[in-house]
Write a protein that binds this ligand. Structure first.
Ligand SMILES: Nc1ncnc2c1ncn2[C@@H]1O[C@H](COP(=O)(O)OP(=O)(O)O)[C@@H](O)[C@H]1O
Ligand SMILES: [Mg+2]
Length: 263
């Protein structure tokens, strides 16, 4: 349902071309062109307000671009809404507003699994199929270390557990592109490795695109194949981590105190 059957060899999984959005007089994302291939993890860094989250929103379809385009496996998907883009393989960690707060963690993941597999009318499903969906949902919960919270209503989860649930929901969508926007922000120290290990696991499988907005440079160094730096909505550096981190422009302007400060 995601990759077209015959993409051109070498076609990036995801590409933004001249992607731009203007809020009033402020250009939050300014002609950002960037392509991502399968099996890569790109860290996106830059000071607060650089446009990282807005760029994600333009890719996932939460926001409509003022100019430019978004391509998945070469197909221009700029005209599609967020749900259709998710069908094309763009996985954005759900925001809490996308969750059903009174349903349990397991129920929320189960709905995501069902939506991924186009299972609208649960009554039409056999008991075995239903069991399979619940088992998968439970497995995704276990992967983010939330098995013990399966029956807890989402509204009662701690902040860290809600963040983990967002990741479980993204896993359930089985996307081609994983977009993690500060996935460990606000998590306690012992929760952070669960999420980072999970991201490393997805990377190890070598066939997805992972985009990771992350402030902690030790995490970036450990995980990223590539670093893209945004500043004032513009892409100002793009390359392998050692080179980007060492580049004078990044050292002086972007790797000072603002970026070392955890979100
Ligand atoms: N919906 C919006 N309306 C107006 N301005 C916005 C909106 N979303 C983001 N911005 C502005 O766009 C800029 C980039 O924000 P953001 O993408 O959140 O930065 P980052 O994620 O890099 O910290 C900021 O100046 C922010 O205030
Ligand atoms: Mg942000």
């Amino acid at each position: 349902m995601t990759a077209p059957s015959h993409p051109q060899p070498g076609t990036p999984v995801l590409e933004t071309r001249g992607l731009t959005i203007q809020f009033g007089g402020h250009v939050a994302v300014d002609h950002v062109s960037c392509a991502f291939h399968a099996g890569t993890l790109t860290a996106i860094v830059g000071p607060n307000g650089a446009g990282k989250t807005t760029w994600f929103n333009l890719i996932s379809g939460q926001l409509r671009a003022t100019a430019g385009s978004v391509h998945v496996f070469g197909e221009d998907i700029t005209a599609l809404g967020a749900a259709a883009r998710a069908d094309k393989g763009l996985g954005r960690a759900f925001q809490l507003t996308n969750l059903f707060p009174n349903l349990s963690a397991l129920e929320n993941v189960r709905l995501a699994v069902a939506s991924r597999h186009r299972i609208g009318h649960i009554f039409w499903q056999t008991a075995a199929r239903r069991r399979d969906i619940i088992d998968r949902a439970a497995d995704y919960l276990a992967q983010v270390n939330l098995a013990h919270r399966a029956d807890t209503p989402v509204a009662s989860l701690s902040h860290g557990d809600q963040r983990k649930l967002e990741v479980a929901l993204m896993l359930a969508l089985e996307p081609e592109v994983f977009m993690f926007d500060e996935p460990t922000a606000g998590m306690s120290v012992d929760e952070v490795p669960v999420i980072l290990d999970l991201i490393a696991d997805i990377k190890r499988r070598q066939d997805k695109v992972i985009l990771l907005v992350e402030h902690k440079m030790d995490v970036v160094r450990a995980l990223a194949d590539r670093i893209v730096v945004l500043h004032n909505g513009q892409l100002v550096a793009d390359g392998e981590p050692a080179t980007v981190i060492a580049s004078p422009i990044v050292q002086e302007a972007y790797l000072g105190t603002p970026m070392e400060t955890p979100a």
